[in-house]
Write a protein that binds this ligand. Structure first.
Ligand SMILES: Cc1ncc(COP(=O)(O)O)c(C=O)c1O
Length: 341
């Protein structure tokens, strides 16, 4: 009898971006925020009584979810909070995909989705975007669950709103709009989560709130979908410190929005600079740009930058291998990047 479940033995795990400890490294590879989180987060860390850790945390993160519900104008029953959006996504495969089902997603999009499908022992049904990474409407009966990154990663591109809404309305399974980067975009699909019984919107505090280190994400959607996720989550999926930090960050929208505005301004400047150098830059609604270098291959340039202690992301493969995905850092970091070319 094999000791390891065959689907796990055969699994190629998700590869997170590198986190090297190199002094002076300019790290533009995992879409982290270059600015610090709200000062209120620092205050929580200073004042949090160690004594509180004696007790288990609130299993349903009531205060935090109430603050998120207030932010989005929905009820607390419409809010799930999880250990990073990666937990939300994993719970979706467990809650909404029966044995023998499948997971749908665009190609290219977030490379974790096929891994989650493989863990659940179901196939991934990939819908290829056009050659220029534009929208293609998936079949409404494609799968019980469709993961839809919007704006997309790694391309950074936003889809036409009408196409997105028509798809949400026609799809017969659950649509999870993975809006990890929505705070950097001019529009989002949050209202679809309120309007349609089969739509969830997932957000994370890892990017716009500068909190990748605590692991906090949430999903908004119809109460029966949220309830299903609560039923199967770990009893205490969010520790007490994360709940307190998340609450402080959510309550300081002004801080998050000011940082997002700085990043958007830098993104637009970097896009212009790269275009001046002949690069093909996809229009980005995120905190990164997906761009095809001019004069040198993406792989060669990745190595060149790495040798200069600048780390970006390169996804080898037929669709993405000609591009680099570059996280938007501070203006100084981006000037160093441009100078390194
Ligand atoms: C599209 C997308 N979804 C989800 C995540 C993961 O977010 P979290 O840090 O909340 O798990 C990422 C992180 O890179 C992402 O790019």
């Amino acid at each position: 009898m094999p000791l390891i479940r065959p689907s796990v033995a055969a699994l190629t795990p998700y590869t997170p971006g590198e986190q090297p400890r190199v002094p002076g490294l300019i790290k533009l590879n995992t879409n982290e925020n270059p600015y610090p989180p709200s000062p209120r987060v620092g205050e929580v860390l200073k004042s949090f009584a160690a004594e509180r850790l004696r007790l288990y945390p609130d299993p349903v993160a009531t205060e935090l979810r109430a603050a998120i519900a207030e932010l989005h104008g929905c009820a607390i029953e419409n809010v799930f909070a999880g250990n990073g959006s990666d937990e939300t996504l994993a719970l979706c495969t467990r809650a909404f995909v029966p044995p023998g089902g499948a997971v749908g997603c665009f190609e290219p999009s977030y490379s974790l989705y096929p891994v989650l499908a493989a863990i659940a022992d179901v196939p991934t049904r990939r819908v290829a975007l056009t050659d220029s990474f534009e929208w293609v409407t998936p079949d409404p009966g494609l799968a019980p669950l469709f993961f839809l990154t919007t704006p997309n990663a790694p391309t950074g591109m936003l889809y036409p709103r009408a196409a997105l809404e028509a798809f949400c309305e026609s799809f017969r399974g659950v649509v999870l709009l993975d809006e990890a980067y929505a705070d950097f975009a001019p529009e989002n699909g949050m209202e679809f989560a309120v309007r349609y019984p089969n739509v969830l919107v997932s957000r994370t505090l890892s990017k716009s709130y500068s909190l990748a280190g605590i692991r906090l994400g949430y999903a908004i959607g119809a109460a029966p979908l949220i309830e299903a996720m609560f039923k199967i989550k770990d009893s205490y999926n969010l520790d007490a410190l994360t709940q307190a930090i998340g609450l402080a960050a959510i309550r300081d929208q002004a801080w998050m929005q000011a940082n997002a505005a700085k990043i958007i301004a830098t993104r637009e400047r970097v896009t212009r600079e790269l275009e001046k150098r002949g690069w093909g830059v996809r229009p980005s609604a995120t905190n990164f740009v997906f761009a095809k270098p001019s004069g040198r291959s993406a792989a060669e340039l990745f190595d060149h930058l790495r040798a200069k202690a600048i780390l970006v992301r390169h996804f080898p493969g037929p669709r993405t291998g000609d591009f680099l995905r570059i996280t938007i850092g501070t203006d100084e970091q981006m000037d160093a990047l441009l100078a390194a070319f």
